[in-house]
Design a binder for this molecule. Structure first.
Ligand code: FNR
Length: 370
């Protein structure tokens, strides 16, 4: 029986890690949507680096520590979560699954973690709020029509979102060449801003790119954080910091947290892998505000490495989308559970029963002296 199943190649089509969901999603989605989710900017050098830079970091395990109980729980801006793995803001979940962001939010709630709802969500702020009791943050882009952005931040606050995540790395959309080749369009799903996505005339290339470039405010500056503060009383996290210079400015601007991110390698190709600049940012921040990281997190060991280098938590983007495309809400649940299970075993095998036990001395980077 076993042998015949084995010979027929039917042993395991069920995913055993989050990378397996990528192929399941590819088989399920129209090529245009799969490419939109999976792709990066230009030559996708940074896309590869986000993954490979994690591989250059080794873990330094300790033995003979009591690891019979592992506690992965932690707090982010005072909110207790089951593990330091959050759902990153990503656009257009209805392209993956008909229930869209509502399904993702329910999966985040089941995993007892935080979902960051994208400004480019295909479900409304209110729909997502009413569909689950997960702690939710709201990600904001600033439009030329700043009143639209401000109103959305206020709507999020009114509907119980607990923080604003200002994405700062998108004065324009990066060149995602797969989308340009595919002439990426979306079905006519209303955006949160109430505008139809693709009422913009674009004869060539990606209509998504054209829409973003027409609407986004490329004149945004550090001084404008003050303006954003005046529109909401929620804490503000800034997403897209990659240097110690900007980390210092973010602290000076009075933000409540930083997300080290290169937008999943979809903006500037040859921006550094996020894990390779995490420590630089952490040193500049000097513990004054929390630092989170996203980009290329695919394994529990990646989470462990980011925590060892000073991140308070990580966010995952594509694995959630691939889980959603492959198996709906259950797929996102499984993705989050897989990463949590892997983090748990990484902590046990490294001699770290609690999150606070994971320290800098638990990893060796290419820059460390032996
Ligand atoms: C994103 N990301 C993103 N970020 C943001 O601030 N607002 C957004 O609307 C989106 N949309 C979006 C769509 C898709 C398809 C992807 C893949 C990514 C970036 C996202 O928040 C996060 O930074 C990256 O996804 C993290 O990298 P990984 O986990 O995808 O490697």
């Amino acid at each position: 029986m076993f042998w015949s199943l084995f010979c027929q190649g039917k042993m395991s089509s069920e995913p055993v890690n989050v990378n397996d969901f990528k192929e399941l999603a590819r088989l399920k989605l129209p090529k245009m949507y799969y490419d939109f989710y999976a792709g990066g900017a230009e030559d996708e050098h940074t896309l590869r680096e986000n993954i490979q830079a994690f591989c250059r970091i080794m873990i330094r395990p300790r033995v003979l520590v009591d690891v019979s109980q592992i506690d992965m729980s932690t707090t982010i801006l005072g909110h207790r979560i089951s593990a330091p793995i959050l759902v990153a803001p990503t656009a257009a979940h209805k392209l993956a699954f008909h229930e869209g962001e509502q399904a993702t939010a329910r999966a985040a709630a089941a995993a007892k973690t935080i979902m960051i709802l994208s400004y480019s969500s295909t479900c409304s702020i209110e729909e997502v709020a009413s569909s689950c009791n997960a702690v939710r943050f709201f990600q904001l882009y600033i439009y030329k029509r700043r009143d639209i952005s401000a109103l959305l931040a206020q709507r999020a606050e009114r509907f119980g979102y607990k923080a604003i995540v200002l994405t700062a790395d998108t004065p324009r959309l990066g060149r995602r060449e797969a989308d340009i080749k595919n002439k990426m369009i979306r079905p006519p799903i209303k955006n949160l801003d109430g505008l139809m996505s693709f009422d913009v005339n674009a004869d060539q290339g990606s209509k998504f790119e054209t829409y973003a470039n027409v609407t986004l405010d490329a004149s945004l500056r550090w001084e404008d954080i003050m303006w954003l503060r005046s529109t909401t009383s929620l804490p503000i996290l800034i997403k897209g910091i990659l240097t110690h210079e900007d980390a210092t400015k973010a602290v000076e601007a009075g933000v409540d947290g930083i997300i080290v991110s290169n937008h999943g390698a979809r903006q500037l190709d040859f921006a550094p892998a996020t894990i390779s600049v995490l420590e630089e940012v952490v040193h500049a921040v000097k513990g004054k505000i929390p630092v989170l990281l996203d980009g290329g997190v695919r394994r529990g060991t990646d989470v462990f490495k980011a925590l060892a280098l000073g991140a308070q938590a990580v966010l995952i983007g594509r694995p959630v989308l691939f889980g959603l495309a492959a198996k709906g809400e259950g797929g996102v649940r499984t993705v989050l559970e897989m990463l949590k299970n892997e983090l748990e075993i990484s902590m046990a095998l490294s001699g770290c029963p609690c999150i606070k036990d994971i320290t800098r001395s638990h990893v060796r980077t290419p820059y460390d002296k032996l």
